[in-house]
Design a binder for this molecule. Structure first.
Ligand code: ACO
Length: 402
């Protein structure tokens, strides 16, 4: 648990640390995690307080600018983001060109990368105005892109933004509304989604954030860096876990719903069988986000009048795990993804949209981390060393002689 700053430059000494279990890649003032105590804070503020009292855009401002905004600062920021939610017509056409069964994460990362081609004035990583513009454009248009990703997967028409509505409310409208018909999302759903986005907004140097930083360390622009972050997030061991949890629950149900039998397979370490949504590299205690999400799951399902057998199954799996030595001794607890999928499902999102929703939430964190890195005088291009274990020198043999 102790972090020791080491300076090994030019000593000839190389440390090997697979998975970066003990290697810090940077100093950061953004997010604090104490994994043993189950503590998460953004810029010093406990996640529980932000989830309870703040809004997603306010948290985005906090992460990116380092302080909570005043009323006028927040209003100006919200208005600026709102004004940029519309995408270029050619971009809308581009969004409609993917096959319907394309995985939304592939579409989303392509879309974020492609966005840069429409805004060349926002690409210079060393121009503060360009960076500020890229920040606002990405926050605004990721919302539109995420709703389009849902629409295109269903073959539905892409809607235009309604500037009179808030970030989350209009995201839901653009995702679910029937064209030319009134759409009023349930306020419980709006609040729950806002809260989920807050809970996902940053998580220090995880796989996708480290990817964003390493791509940015070559002075690649913000769009290219966050598009890489989306790709890193797509894996089932990272953001893809929320989708994997639902698949796992559905499979257990299809096989008769025997939670104990499934847990035996997990503990026997059958290849490819893990309790998805459990365990975390940093949290060796209950993930504070998971506790919050679990409460939301109950509230949302009750508000929508939905009774989900899979939620009962998830609760049953958690109950077994919390009382089983395999999980207890390895300090495996539910992570943020264990219950989120069930809430998204109740809201009407298909499983393949769960990870794009994670990306929508994580966007402010990626942006904040990229910006912090760009301003940090200690930043150097990310370039890990290796320990070579291949063949020693050998002479080329002509193909006829092999
Ligand atoms: N189910 C069963 N066993 C597990 C699980 C799990 N979900 N997670 C870890 N273990 C076991 C491992 O088999 C290992 O056991 P061993 O010591 O007997 O070999 C031990 O716990 C340590 O696990 P590692 O894989 O070494 O831990 P690591 O820190 O590398 O992995 C990870 C963390 C990837 C999150 C892992 O716990 C996992 O695969 N969980 C399931 C996927 C998941 O939910 N990912 C979401 C992460 S949170 C996020 O990205 C938002």
């Amino acid at each position: 648990g102790i972090v020791v700053a080491t300076l090994l430059r030019d000593t000839g000494l190389v440390t090997v640390d697979p998975g970066f279990m003990n290697t810090a890649s940077c100093e950061s003032k953004i997010t604090y995690i104490d994994g043993d105590a189950g503590i998460l804070r953004y810029r010093g503020y406990p996640i529980e307080q932000l989830a309870e009292h703040s809004s997603f855009l306010e948290v985005a401002y906090l992460l990116i600018h380092g302080a909570l905004p005043s009323t006028s600062e927040l209003q100006a920021f919200e208005e600026r983001v709102n004004r940029h939610t519309l995408v270029h017509e050619d971009f809308r056409t581009f969004m409609g060109t993917f096959p319907r069964n394309a995985h939304p994460m592939a579409v989303m990362s392509s879309a974020l990368n492609a966005l840069s081609t429409f805004y060349p004035e926002s690409l210079d990583p060393h121009d503060p105005e360009a960076v500020e513009l890229a920040t606002v454009l990405i926050l605004a248009k990721t919302r539109t892109i995420t709703s389009y990703v849902h629409r295109t997967s269903k073959g539905e028409p892409l809607l235009y933004p309604d500037y009179s509505r808030g970030y989350v409310e209009d995201f839901l409208r653009m995702t679910f509304a029937v064209p030319y018909q009134q759409y009023e999302p349930d306020p419980v759903v709006v609040r729950a989604l806002d809260k989920l986005l807050i809970l996902h907004a940053d998580h220090e140097q995880n796989c996708s954030t480290s990817t964003v930083r390493i791509v940015g360390s070559s002075n690649a622009n913000l769009y290219a860096s966050v598009a890489a972050g989306i790709n890193a997030l797509s894996g089932p061991l990272h953001g893809g876990a929320n989708e994997a949890v639902l698949k796992m629950l559905a499979e257990i149900k299809a096989n008769g719903g025997d939670a104990s039998a499934f847990m035996k397979r997990v503990k026997d370490k059958e290849p490819g069988v893990r309790l998805m949504g459990f365990g975390h590299r940093v949290y060796k205690n209950y993930d504070p986000r998971a506790a919050n999400v679990k409460e939301s799951a109950d509230a949302v399902l009750a508000a929508l009048g939905k009774d989900d057998e899979l939620l009962d199954l998830a609760r049953g799996l958690e109950e077994i795990a919390l009382n089983d030595d395999y999980f207890v001794s390895r300090k495996l607890y539910p992570n943020v993804d264990f219950y989120t999928g069930l809430i998204y499902k109740a809201m009407g999102f298909s499983e393949s949209m769960f990870t794009p929703l994670f990306a929508l939430g994580r966007m402010p964190g990626w942006i904040a981390q990229w910006r912090e890195m760009m301003l940090d005088p200690q930043t150097k291009i990310g370039r890990p060393r290796q320990v070579y274990t291949g063949a020693t020198e050998r002479d080329y043999v002509q193909v006829a002689d092999r």
